[in-house]
Design a protein around this ligand. Structure first.
Ligand code: PLP
Length: 406
């Protein structure tokens, strides 16, 4: 039996103050010390079980961080107020002015904007490359490259990153591999494939109820200590701290993630197969037609499915908009950004979550105007959902590209 992230989470036991089945929630920003000497000592170095101030760490956040570290098979973790908080503080821990980041060309639009527009103001510049083209990737790495950044399954095109190959290229060039694993928690374990740091937007599948924004960083003990360092750590000094009541609720939801993933994955595979059968252009890594189907099959932990994300090319923006309006009316799901919710969510990334990427770069990468990204929900009767989608496709006039509909 290989690595089993769900069992690692399940076996993490923390009781509350009175033997409660859930850990107690820390409702304090600050902590008392028995002596001034002890306080001074804690400001100099971490002491297991002692806390100084909740922006640095608090017990409830530590419980969630420890569970996520176990899930990712990392030594340590820190939780943050958002996925972007996790990404930005990670990159600021690794890079200084004059350094470079090499990054996949199709990534979440917020990350793209951070690398393209904000970090250059602090002297950190990024090059965007097709991560499937390893020669182009090698050519983009320079002695100044500190980070190779990718998403395990890219947003929104669902390209699978060849993590062992990317780790080798990063390390050959003295860089660290940072992987955003938001789309594939439990399904892929990047640290086990050579990554140095894993980040998540916990806002998505990990939490699963679309009721809060949160993130995390998982890595070595040494890296998390640098991230939180009182004198120079970006997490400590920029302060994107997660509220402890949220950390407690996310920890509870984490315990059902494996079951939700199986249902998201089974529903997405069903819809992707049926839509492809009707002749539509569908990207879903669980389909044999997906270019990296075999690669993900080799990388994934068995038993959690192929993920809940799929894309459908409706042909053009007007048709995509008609289709999404109809699908919302027919209660297929909601026209909304984000993902990992128990309801199906759909959006055109070109006009929402990837709008930060210029049109010509989106087109060059295959992110067409008519592309709809779906986060497939936990629907009990997915055949009924498919029947509704089918009626909407006909009414919207969405024509299959492969062949005529029968
Ligand atoms: N990474 C990916 C792949 C995302 O899709 C998102 C948000 O959509 C983020 C990171 C940012 O996360 P957050 O919205 O929690 O800051």
């Amino acid at each position: 039996m290989g690595f089993n992230p769900a069992s690692r989470v399940q076996d993490y036991l923390v009781f509350g103050e009175f033997g409660d089945v859930n850990p107690s929630i820390t409702d304090s920003s600050t902590y008392t010390f028995l002596s001034p000497e002890r306080m001074a000592e804690l400001f100099e170095h971490e002491i297991e079980g002692c806390f100084l101030y909740s922006r640095h760490f608090n017990p409830t956040n530590k419980y969630l961080a420890s569970a996520l570290a176990r899930m990712e098979d990392g030594e340590a973790a820190q939780v943050m107020a958002s996925g972007m908080g996790a990404i930005s503080t990670t990159l600021m821990t690794l890079c200084s002015a004059g350094d470079e980041i090499v990054c996949g060309r199709t990534i979440y639009g917020g990350t793209y904007a951070l690398l393209k527009n904000l970090l250059p103001r602090f002297g950190v510049n990024a090059r965007f490359v097709d991560l499937c083209d390893h020669d182009a990737l090698r050519a983009a790495m320079t002695p100044r490259t500190r980070v190779l950044y990718c998403e395990s399954l890219s947003n929104p095109l669902l390209e699978v990153s060849d993590l062992p190959a990317l780790a080798a290229i990063a390390h050959e060039n003295g860089a660290r591999l940072v992987v955003d694993n938001t789309f594939t928690p439990m399904i892929v374990s990047p640290l086990r494939h050579g990554a140095d740091v894993v980040v998540h937007s916990l806002t998505k599948f990990v939490n699963g109820t679309s009721d809060c924004v949160a993130g995390c960083v998982v890595s070595s003990r040494e890296f998390i200590a640098r991230l939180n360092d009182i004198n120079a750590g970006p997490s400590m000094l920029l302060g994107p701290v997660l509220d402890s009541t949220r950390a407690a609720s996310i920890l509870k939801n984490l315990h059902s993630l494996h079951i939700r993933l199986r249902q998201h994955g089974a529903n997405a595979l069903y819809l992707a197969s049926r839509l492809e059968g009707l002749g539509y252009t569908v990207h879903y890594p669980g389909l044999a037609s997906h270019p990296q189907h075999g690669l993900l099959g080799r990388l994934m932990n068995p038993g959690y499915g192929w993920g809940g994300m799929l894309t459908l090319d409706a042909g053009d923006l007007a048709t995509a908009n008609r289709l999404m309006t109809l699908m919302q009316r027919e209660q297929v799901g909601y026209l909304a950004v984000s993902l990992g919710y128990f309801k199906t969510l759909f959006t055109t990334p070109g006009h929402s979550t990837s709008s930060e990427i210029p049109l010509e770069e989106r087109e060059a990468a295959g992110l067409h105007e008519g592309l709809i990204r779906f986060s497939i929900g936990l629907d009990e009767d997915i055949a009924e959902t498919m029947a509704r989608i089918d009626r909407c496709l006909v009414e919207a006039g969405a024509r299959p590209v492969g062949r005529a509909r029968t």
